[in-house]
Design a protein around this ligand. Sequence first.
Ligand SMILES: NC(=O)c1ccc[n+]([C@@H]2O[C@H](COP(=O)([O-])OP(=O)(O)OC[C@H]3O[C@@H](n4cnc5c(N)ncnc54)[C@H](OP(=O)(O)O)[C@@H]3O)[C@@H](O)[C@H]2O)c1
Length: 281
Amino acid sequence: MTPQPTLVLGATGKTGRRIIPRLRLRGLPVRAASRTSDTAFDWSAPSGWDAVLDGVGAVYIVPPPTPGPVHEFVARAEAAGVRRLVLLSGRGADTWGDSIFGQDMRDAEDAVRASALEWTILRPNNFDQNFDEDVFHAPLLAGELILPAGEVPEPFVDLEDVADVAATVLTSPGRHGGMTYELTGPRALTFEEACELIARACGRPITYKQVAAEEYTALLTRQGLGAEAAHHIAEMFVMMTRGLSTGTASTTDEVAAVLGRSPRTFEDYVVRTAATGVWHR
Ligand SMILES: NC(=O)c1ccc[n+]([C@@H]2O[C@H](COP(=O)([O-])OP(=O)(O)OC[C@H]3O[C@@H](n4cnc5c(N)ncnc54)[C@H](OP(=O)(O)O)[C@@H]3O)[C@@H](O)[C@H]2O)c1
């Protein structure tokens, strides 16, 4: 019998584009979906969702940045006969109280947990790849990363491990249902240490500068970000600085529990990424 396709939302994003080839190498059919993918999927256009869900066995969900739509999406998935959901959330999603930060993730988790389908939630810490594919890349090129991240160490996780876990869970029916996996790297390091490792590998100075959250918000707005978005990002770092009391600054063994091997080190990420030249000016 031909296996049912796995629907991967956020197919062009940092996790989706890593999960898709892993599923295809296992010989599984994949429906890669996002606004700009071959299969068009838009969180703001529910009229197109049923066609995207038709015949699908499992879904990898990268939730939208606003609370709400995942509830309707899960109802449509149930009606379409989908059997399993794997949701990308974030480490500590249940420790952020009423903060605006993470409302999207908490809401998506609620929608998935309330479903009748087999579900698994992945909660990674900050990605290693934020340093070359996302917000920290431009500051590293400029030679200085300015953040209100404090001295609290962060157990950065490699996206290759997040993708390995997601692909394993998506392809192991009945083994990870009802589980919430907190995914970390093998050790926590401060942003200053992370910058130092990247600087050493690149052979040029890259420094870390600690600022207050208000100063960081002002910096982001001067760089052109809207006031609300800037506040939102700064709030994420305020949450991170509470990581010692909330537990999100510590490592877990949940990558190893799913994969049967240790997570990749930050140093491994650094040598691989330095070789691509992405940090060269
Ligand atoms: N960065 C971190 O350290 C970190 C840590 C833990 C959790 N997270 C969570 O990771 C999630 C982001 O996942 P990611 O990094 O894999 O994605 P990403 O790299 O941020 O890319 C976003 C993906 O979503 C798609 N997309 C954007 N708007 C859409 C819309 N309206 N409808 C449908 N698809 C849309 C984009 O493709 P198109 O443009 O083609 O639509 C793209 O594929 C966030 O929820 C974040 O909270 C991040």
